[in-house]
Design a binder for this molecule. Structure first.
Ligand SMILES: [Fe+2]
Ligand SMILES: [Fe+2]
Length: 181
């Protein structure tokens, strides 16, 4: 099986493409320590290459594909990408859920959703709290579930700091993480 890459239907700026490659490189770096099978690593990478593939697409197209009424509109690129990926042959429901909910969080994820959610936030091109994020990058291999909790805490705090409502999926995800501690 050839290594996953950005799909032909992607609509991305050069900057976005570079972000997606940094997320993929972080996922590959973790795989050296987490030692997934090649098949599992390919799932992680398929989700990675799909996740922002429509981030720069026109909003009318995103709304049409996403079939979900999330606000703000910026959140629709995940559901829209999952919708095209499925119609183009992706049949792994967990890969699709990883893509669909990558901005929101999702209580029903397996490792593919969790890995993407963490890598998307921790990739080294983002320019906030670089020390804290560097230690979280290391924590993923040492204590995967604790790293996930810390990333979710950072992401939920950020949404709340802007006085944005939490999506129901995000609240469920966060509550499930709290309950599993
Ligand atoms: Fe995204
Ligand atoms: Fe992303």
């Amino acid at each position: 099986m050839s290594e996953p890459r950005l799909p032909s239907w992607a609509v991305v700026s050069d900057e976005r493409r570079a972000h997606i490659e940094r997320v993929a490189n972080l996922v590959r770096a973790w795989s050296a320590e987490l030692a997934p099978t090649q098949e599992e690593l390919n799932r992680w990478l398929r989700a990675t290459y799909f996740h922002d593939a429509l981030k720069d697409a026109a909003s009318a197209r995103l709304r049409e594909l996403a079939q979900i009424d999330w606000e703000p509109e910026d959140l629709l690129h995940g559901p829209a990408a999952a919708s095209i990926a499925e119609s183009e042959g992706e049949s792994d429901a967990q890969v699709l859920d990883a893509v669909r909910y990558h901005s929101a969080g999702y209580a029903g994820w397996d490792d593919v959703g969790k890995v993407l959610y963490m890598a998307d936030y921790l990739e080294p091109g983002r320019n906030f709290d670089s020390n804290g994020r560097e230690s979280l990058i290391r924590l993923v291999a040492e204590d995967f579930e604790r790293a996930l909790f810390e990333v979710a805490r950072g992401r939920v705090s950020w949404v709340r700091s802007r006085n944005w409502p939490l999506l129901p999926e995000t609240s469920e995800f966060w509550n499930a993480l709290l309950e599993s501690r």
